[in-house]
Design a protein around this ligand. Structure first.
Ligand code: TXA
Ligand code: MG
Length: 335
């Protein structure tokens, strides 16, 4: 079982030895390995059960390191890093050959970010290699936002988890592809699209359609089904849609293990659901509080209930990333 601790020396020693280690970031916990060590990278894929076709994000200690691991870096990249790093922004850039192909699933580009967590920044500064780190969950499942979440799914397979407390933001970094002519927003995340658009002075393009499993080009967070709890989650756009669905599915109330509701800021006042558990993400209606609590709530609910009926949050700011995760976690409701 993994040791959970706060020793940068110990985390560093395992990493130098080629072992994957759980690390805290401001977004979610990562499963880190030496980004220049093929064997270590393969262990990360194996530990997560992740297909080799899904590229990893390379975590750097500073902007200066970008010149070593990326090539043809446009000025926009430096301007964005200056403004938003360390922080929840991943830039896709042409990769230098010093990074093995395993990092990027054979793509000529790789994702780079400077995480904003003091322990992990100190760890990165103490190493002479960057850290490739996907989120530290089993492939396709909910991302971890505490060290215990990491231990829960991966504890048997890794030696050490660096405990940096609960992740401040709670959803993954925003992924921006700067390798083409125009920036493309590949994944909504901790840095809002509005903030990026205001900075760049233009609307961002989005990819045309979600990636399919096994397709090398796109990355895991862009798969149509991802971030999923172990029980079904149905997502409803508004309360009316949910109430109509409940009316057609009265039999659910007879089950010994009733469903639960995952709500943004208010309980649903409805006769069917009045005795059900309703999980409120933020009673004050704060999207950052909702993002911070989202994955932890899903992990708790999947243990106690057999079906999660979730509600979309307002689609502005961090709400876009929350809705994106909920949508990918969801299955179409069966009528
Ligand atoms: O917040 C985060 O980004 C967390 C923490 C640990 O840093 N990491 C994370 O990694 O979410 P992962 O592996 O779960 O998600 C990787 C994302 C994919 O969704 C994809 O959009 C992007 O990284 N990505 C990485 N390399 C790429 C590439 N070469 N081309 C396109 N997208 C890439
Ligand atoms: Mg992930």
């Amino acid at each position: 079982m993994a040791i959970i601790g706060t020793s940068i020396q110990e985390a560093g020693a395992w990493l130098r030895d080629g072992w994957p280690v759980g690390i805290p970031t401001e977004t979610v916990y990562g499963l880190a390995a030496n980004a220049c060590d093929r064997e270590a990278l393969l262990r990360v894929f194996e530990t997560k059960g992740r297909p080799l076709t899904d590229p990893l994000i390379v975590h750097l200690a500073s902007q200066e390191e970008l010149n070593r691991y990326a090539v043809d870096v446009p000025d926009t990249a430096y301007a964005l890093l200056e403004a938003f790093s360390p922080g929840p922004l991943t830039l896709i850039l042409p990769k230098a050959s010093i990074l093995p192909d395993e990092v990027s699933a054979g793509l000529k580009t790789a994702g780079f970010r400077i995480p904003r967590h003091p322990l992990t920044l100190e760890l990165l500064r103490s190493l002479d290699f960057p850290l490739a780190a996907p989120s530290a969950n089993l492939f396709g499942r909910t991302s971890p936002t505490t060290a215990d979440h990491v231990a829960d799914q991966l504890g048997e397979q890794i030696p050490y988890i660096l405990d940096g407390g609960p992740c401040q933001i709670g959803v993954e970094s925003t992924v921006l592809d700067l390798s083409g002519r125009e920036p493309i927003l590949l994944r909504e995340g901790g840095l809002t699209a509005e903030t990026l658009e205001a900075f760049l002075g233009k609307a961002l393009q989005r990819p045309h359609r979600p990636a399919q499993v096994g397709q090398a080009q796109r990355a895991p967070g862009t798969l149509a089904h991802h971030y999923a709890p172990s029980v079904p989650l149905y997502l409803f756009s508004d309360d009316q849609e949910l109430v109509d669905w409940l009316l057609q599915n009265k039999r659910l109330t007879l089950q010994t293990k009733p469903p639960t509701l995952l709500r943004f800021d208010k309980t649903l006042l409805d006769s069917t659901t009045q005795h059900w558990h309703q999980e409120i993400l933020s009673s004050s209606g704060s999207l950052s509080e909702a993002a911070h609590r989202l994955f932890g709530a899903l992990r708790r609910l999947e243990k106690e209930y057999s079906l999660i009926l979730a509600q979309k949050v307002p689609n502005t700011g961090l709400g876009a990333a929350i809705n994106d995760r909920l949508l990918r976690a969801s299955l179409k409701p069966l009528h």
